[in-house]
Design a protein around this ligand. Sequence first.
Ligand SMILES: [Zn+2]
Length: 200
Amino acid sequence: MSSEARDTLVIPGELLGTAEEFVPGHGTYEDRGKIYACLLGHRRVDPSDRAVSVDALNAIPSVHDDDLVYGRVDEVKSAMAIVTILTAATSQRPVPGAPEGTVHISKAKDGYTEALSDEFAPGDLIVARVLQSHPSVKLSTAASDLGVVAARCQSCHGLLGRGDKELRCPRCGNREHRKTASGYGQIPTAAAKSDARTPA
Ligand SMILES: [Zn+2]
């Protein structure tokens, strides 16, 4: 079997390589000739068939009320954002089955939210608190330490950095607004930094 290092931690949406270099494997998706991670885990390349895949981190039983979780925003509707719950925030262990959760517009931030699309975009990595785990998972990002921790530029897919009030793309200068967590960009720092150096 492969002895290739699999210690590179990758986040959902992180560029793994191109479709000319690799075959997309488990835990990845291909978009316009590029292969991205769809799980939080370790990047692995099988040298026999050049399949690139992401091994999710070790599993935990389920989601509980009041847990802090990482999730990926899949869709932003007028009244709610739909999120795939990826890992528990404290252990960074994946939640089995990647359950769906929702952030209602009233739970996105403190105060009135005019448009949820000004606070989240599909592909954003968020940290959220579980308000309710059953029968459906309801999440809040209202507290200052909750919200978006990693977001990608809508025009060039680069990782957005923190600006004065908004997020800013270091690659193309695009500015975008999000409901950011106070720890925006810190989690997981190593992956974000290595990805920021990846050429387009
Ligand atoms: Zn950009």
